[in-house]
Design a binder for this molecule. Structure first.
Ligand SMILES: C[S@@+](CC[C@H](N)C(=O)[O-])C[C@H]1O[C@@H](n2cnc3c(N)ncnc32)[C@H](O)[C@@H]1O
Length: 244
């Protein structure tokens, strides 16, 4: 059975229906995806993700991002090797949360993941992801209300999107909920640098969590956290004794 469920009542979701057969709620189709998003709280920074030119131009920035932020040559291949080491893609279902152009999702599929969901709240980004990563299952939803059954996913990857989440505690609680016991996480995000540039972006809605904040959000997981310049990384496993 697929991990997808109705975001309102939590019942299994037999795609491609746009009406939950259990609670009867209807979800409109947008670009071929059922729109499972709750009412969105957009910031000036996250709003830009809804523009087609931003979605189409995003990969240009993405391939250079870690070299610029870490202060050393940091090729995408090295980042994707960390992702694969952390999530160990194989049988079962995985989530690329805030997928944008599907970079992590495509890498997980290529490395042998049975099924990968690419979730984003921007239809423009999902259009781009569908082109760039065929095979990725696009999910138009919001990170703090994940449309997946509890304990159904083997791994969750978040590449850079953590800086944009407006309710990080709720997103962390949702990731804990949807991961199976023994499920794995891999996150990459930008750390606080104290720069004027970051202060300005914070006013537009971006957040720069410290390593300690991420550690606290995933207390109870077996975690490895580290930094490379202004880039933070977390690899972790949801221990079998962890609550959801
Ligand atoms: C910095 S980009 C991440 C790129 C991608 N993960 C990668 O590694 O290339 C952030 C993405 O997260 C999405 N996003 C931001 N906040 C979100 C939320 N609350 N729910 C779902 N998607 C969100 C944005 O639309 C955008 O596509």
């Amino acid at each position: 059975m697929s991990s997808l469920c109705c975001p309102r009542c939590g019942s299994p979701w037999p795609q491609p229906l746009i009406r939950c057969p259990y609670c009867g709620v209807r979800f409109p189709l947008r670009f071929g995806c059922p729109d499972l998003r709750p009412k969105l709280r957009l910031t000036p920074a996250t709003w830009t993700n809804f523009l087609l030119p931003v979605a189409w131009g995003y990969p240009l920035w993405r391939t250079r991002a870690l070299s610029l932020l870490s202060g050393r040559p940091f090729p995408v291949e090295e980042e994707l090797a960390l992702l694969k080491k952390a999530l160990r893609p194989g049988p079962g279902e995985y989530l690329d949360l805030g997928t944008s152009a599907g970079l992590y999702g495509a890498a997980l599929l290529k490395a042998g993941a049975e099924r990968v969901y690419g979730l984003d709240f921007s239809p423009a980004m999902l259009l781009k992801a569908r082109r760039a990563a065929p095979g990725l299952v696009p999910v138009l939803a919001e990170a703090s209300q994940l449309p997946f059954r509890s304990g159904s996913l083997e791994g969750v990857a978040v590449g850079g999107s953590w800086n944009e989440f407006t309710s990080p505690e709720r997103v962390a609680a949702e990731i804990r909920r949807v991961l199976a016991p023994g499920g794995r996480i891999f996150f990459m995000w930008t750390l606080p640098s104290g720069s004027q540039w970051q202060k300005w972006l914070e006013r537009l809605g971006l957040r720069y969590p410290r390593l300690e904040e991420m550690e606290a959000l995933f207390a109870g997981f077996e975690l490895r956290l580290w930094r490379e310049g202004s880039v933070g990384f977390v690899m972790g496993t949801k221990l079998k004794i962890c609550d959801t």
